[in-house]
Design a protein around this ligand. Structure first.
Ligand SMILES: Cc1ncc(COP(=O)(O)O)c(C=O)c1O
Length: 357
């Protein structure tokens, strides 16, 4: 049975990418081996790795002022790696707009004078704070670009206005919309939503911020370690990077990030319009801060939410249960979710509404 997978991550991958990986699984390009088996020092893997690095640079228009790293440990590992690498004066400000930015701030407290510059907890993280002021002498400001659980995202209006280095968790928005990398000192993102299977984490870091890690920073967490070795210091997650390379190829063929952003805005627009005009479903996020990747919504009761989730699953609309911190439903509509998937969800929602009036 074909399903549409609305999981917040790991999540859908493009059909074309999975077919290509399947076709080449047993014998990659005449090597007689699977990518899962070959040495990370082989000529075949080297070509995959270098293409993945170059394609990501091309897609995000990353200048030579930045290093692109493939690391492990998930986005969560960056909650420690960022302060260990970037705290020079021992001071950083965090904006807490949800669960993950809250964790990032808590992890960082071990390493220095960390302050919460603003938080949207007062309204259960349904908005992004605007016009936030930061302390003097900070090493960086940390934000989470898209809040996977609460369904909010930063736009130009809310992006921190500061001369300090901006560090951002892009785990659930990377490659979904055009960004100006030059606005950031560092971007990190786990791959398992818009890029590849779990296992690889992307770090894009300005070169002048590398090599200043604390003396206590574990060698494997120091950006310099992988930057000096083109992310081949040790065995990388080869298969995840191979899948990322295929996804990057696919995105380039589609027309790049601008093209996928248009599709994403169209998909999210369809869903929000439907929710806003329905008498059963609501999404309580401030409209201007709504995510185009994660769309949480509820019916009027927990009982009806549970029924919705159960019946949606039977109709092939899977993993739509909201995170426990929010309840209800959440449709994660990352790059690989086809427009038909969103339309199928809306049709199901219409039918469910009629049947449960
Ligand atoms: C915004 C954000 N940051 C961090 C994480 C944690 O990522 P990981 O599981 O790769 O450590 C997630 C996971 O869903 C996320 O959505």
């Amino acid at each position: 049975m074909k399903v549409y997978n609305f999981s917040a991550g790991p999540s859908m991958l493009p059909e074309e990418v999975k077919l290509s990986a399947q076709k080449n699984f047993l014998d990659y390009e005449g090597s007689g081996m699977s990518v899962t088996e070959m040495s990370h020092r082989s000529k075949w893997y080297d070509a995959i790795h270098m293409e993945a690095l170059a394609s990501l640079r091309e897609l995000l228009n990353i200048s030579d002022d930045y290093e692109v790293l493939f690391v492990q440990g998930g986005a969560s590992q960056q909650f420690d790696a960022v302060p260990l690498n970037l705290l020079q004066n021992g001071k950083a400000d965090y904006i807490v707009t949800g669960n993950f930015s809250g964790k990032a701030e808590k992890f960082a407290r071990k390493y220095g004078d960390i302050a919460i510059a603003a938080s949207s907890k007062d309204k259960n993280f349904t908005y992004i704070p605007e016009g936030v002021k930061f302390r003097d002498g900070i090493d960086y400001v940390h934000i989470c670009k898209n809040n996977t659980i609460f369904g909010t995202r930063y736009t130009d209006r809310t992006f921190p206005k500061t001369d300090a280095v901006v560090v951002a968790d892009h785990s659930s928005s990377i490659l979904s919309e055009v960004i100006d990398v030059n606005q950031y000192g560092l971007i990190y993102a786990g791959a398992q939503k818009n890029i590849a299977p779990a296992g690889v984490t992307i770090v894009i870091v300005r070169k002048d911020l590398i090599g200043k890690e604390s003396p206590n920073c574990p060698t494997m967490l120091a950006y310099k370690t992988q930057a000096d070795a083109q992310s081949l210091f040790n065995t990388p997650p080869c298969f995840a990077i191979y899948m990322a390379m295929l996804v990057f190829r696919h995105l380039k063929k589609l027309g790049g990030i601008k093209a996928i952003q248009e599709i994403n805005e169209y998909k999210a627009g369809l869903l929000y319009d439907f929710i806003d005009n329905s008498s059963l479903y609501t999404n309580s996020v401030n409209h201007a801060d709504r995510s185009i990747m994660n769309v949480p919504f509820v019916t009027g009761s927990d009982e009806l939410n549970a029924k919705f989730i159960k019946e949606a699953e039977k109709a092939g609309l899977v993993s739509i249960k909201g995170h426990k911190l929010v309840g209800g439903m959440r449709a994660s509509i990352y790059n690989a979710m086809p427009v038909e998937g969103v339309k199928a969800l809306i049709e199901f929602m219409k039918k469910f509404e009629l049947e449960n009036k």
